[in-house]
Design a protein around this ligand. Structure first.
Ligand code: 0O2
Length: 242
């Protein structure tokens, strides 16, 4: 829809809403109640994802604590979570031709809740993922290993789509969360690549040069991860000998 058509439709909706309020003889209080009631399902929809994020974050924090006692060091450097914003959801709905109702959006979009776990070492990623998936309230829906099979761009991360139950006032609800596990080096690369990809004032030639450069950087970064892992393995094996 172009901007003009969008403006027209928005104006029509506003006029119809004003007419409805007049026809129904609604005062300000009743009008606000009506808006609140109509927004309730949408607010509940987003709240469910925030709750699921809390559940998953807590699970990782508990694992981090336990690992730090067992292996003498925290495997998790940081955790970043977000509920996908309304605009991005709508853009995905349009791009993937998903029916425009909350049930379909919930069924078809897997990354409305996202938790990104950043670790120092690659083996911590797999250990944490295994521990999460062993928990009996977690259901694995999809696993994509972009560390073993990097994307052509050079992108690396382990992606899990899981479902976790949340306990509401009168019901238990399974909610999907996308978990991305990556090292600090993978995270640094992905953030930079993401920023550059969405830069508007770069010519297509420069963009193409940059993406080759970034793919090279991804290789260097993966090799650094692998060397750091070797350093860690050496230290661990020395410690074991003592
Ligand atoms: P944002 O803003 O990070 O949320 P799906 O999302 O399931 O419809 P697909 O292709 O199955 O589509 O998802 P994929 O590729 O497994 O994961 C998508 C997410 O991974 C992206 O989310 C990014 O966060 C990240 N990602 C995937 N490929 C790249 C890449 O080449 N570079 C960077 N920087 N990130 C990548 P969104 O929704 O694109 O964005």
């Amino acid at each position: 829809m172009d901007n003009e058509k969008f403006k027209d439709s928005a104006e029509k909706m506003a006029t119809e809403l004003a007419k409805f309020t007049r026809d129904m003889d609604l005062n300000e209080e009743m009008f606000l109640d009506l808006i609140e009631d109509s927004l309730y399902p949408v607010e509940q929809f987003f709240a469910n994802y925030s709750c699921a994020i809390m559940e998953i974050e807590t699970k990782f924090k508990v694992l981090n604590e336990q690992f730090s006692l067992k292996y003498d060091g925290n495997p998790i450097e940081s955790i970043h979570s977000r509920v996908k914003d309304y605009d991005s959801i709508i853009r995905k709905v349009i791009r993937k031709k998903i029916p425009r109702d909350l049930d379909s959006i919930e069924e078809k979009i897997n990354d409305i809740a996202g938790v990104r776990v950043v670790c120092s070492f690659v083996d911590d990623i797999y250990r944490l993922a295994d521990c999460l998936l062993q928990q009996d309230d977690i259901t694995l829906i999809r696993r994509k290993d972009y560390i073993k099979n990097p994307k052509p761009t050079g992108y690396r991360s382990l992606h899990l789509i899981v479902s976790v139950p949340i306990f509401l006032e009168n019901e238990k609800k399974d909610v999907k969360v996308e978990v991305q596990l990556r090292t600090i080096a993978m995270d640094f690369w992905a953030s930079l690549e993401h920023k550059i990809r969405y830069k508007k004032n770069i010519s297509p030639e420069t963009l193409s040069k940059l993406s080759h450069e970034l793919t090279d950087c991804a290789e260097i970064s993966a090799s650094l991860d692998s060397r750091m892992q070797n350093v860690r393995n050496l230290i661990l094996s020395e410690n074991l000998k003592k």
